[in-house]
Write a protein that binds this ligand. Structure first.
Ligand SMILES: Nc1ncnc2c1ncn2[C@@H]1O[C@H](COP(=O)(O)OP(=O)(O)OP(=O)(O)O)[C@@H](O)[C@H]1O
Ligand SMILES: [Mg+2]
Length: 225
């Protein structure tokens, strides 16, 4: 582990990111439904909890306690005591709760902030056009400010939409979200395996990748011929 980085709980993901999650910046995971975004977030949260830190976790999709139990194993209950979970019901509340979480950041030794996903509620606002983008930008800038002030990595997930002209899945949130995320990992679903691909990084070339399978207790990296 590179000094100052925070482990994702997966050595292959740490290596992909140049030594783990960088503090004071936003790392984004994006990909199709079911590609493994929430699993990867929960694994990272459990790694920080096991290392003795607290975790602030925003889950507007509804946190899966069952999956947390599978990933955390017999430690689940003890670890959950330092997991500060927020489940916003709408996009405005998400912004308010991100701001409110600073109380926890002031009080606890928080080692990671997760937002899974930052765009699920944003999606419901897309009809309001540019205003939705502005709100999203405000929320993510707020999150970035907290990560800087409290010297934390922020891990966010992002959903995709189908670009029918290019026939590819693209991350939501436009260029604003891409600019605000200093590391971006795309999770691809292939026949029988998933691939994590480094799409953007401040100090590494893009294109690195590793393959994995989702398992009962998290994920397992697999090597492919
Ligand atoms: N215990 C388990 N054993 C094996 N596979 C599992 C287990 N639990 C979940 N999965 C698989 O993990 C995948 C879902 O992963 P996850 O919820 O992390 O995806 P996601 O990218 O967050 O999806 P979404 O975009 O819908 O939120 C599904 O393919 C599911 O079958
Ligand atoms: Mg999910």
């Amino acid at each position: 582990m590179i000094a100052g980085r925070v482990s994702t709980g997966i050595s292959e993901m740490d290596a992909l990111l140049g030594g783990g999650l960088e503090r004071k910046v936003i790392t984004q995971l994006y990909g199709d439904p079911g590609c493994g975004k929430s699993t990867l977030c929960q694994i990272a949260a459990v790694a920080v909890l096991r290392a003795g830190g607290s975790v602030v976790y925003f889950d507007p999709e509804g946190f899966s306690v069952e999956r947390f139990r599978q990933i955390a194993g017999s430690d689940a209950e003890a670890l959950a005591e330092r997991l500060f979970l927020y489940e916003p019901m709408d996009f405005d509340q998400q912004g308010l709760l991100i701001a409110e979480s600073e109380k926890v950041l002031k009080r606890e030794k928080v080692g990671l902030v997760v937002v899974d996903s930052v765009t699920v509620l944003y999606r419901t606002e897309l009809g309001s056009g540019k205003e939705a983008q502005r709100k999203l930008a405000r929320q993510v800038i707020l999150l970035l400010g907290l990560s800087k002030r409290y010297d934390l990595p922020a891990l966010i997930t992002n959903q995709v939409y189908m670009d029918v002209i290019r026939n590819v899945s693209c991350p939501l949130g436009g260029t604003v979200l891409s600019h605000l995320s200093k590391a971006i990992v795309r999770i691809e679903v292939h026949e029988g395996f998933r691939r994590a691909v480094l799409e953007k990084h401040r100090s590494l070339p893009a294109g690195g990748s590793f393959d994995f399978e989702i398992t009962g207790d998290g994920i397992r990296a697999v090597s492919r011929p």
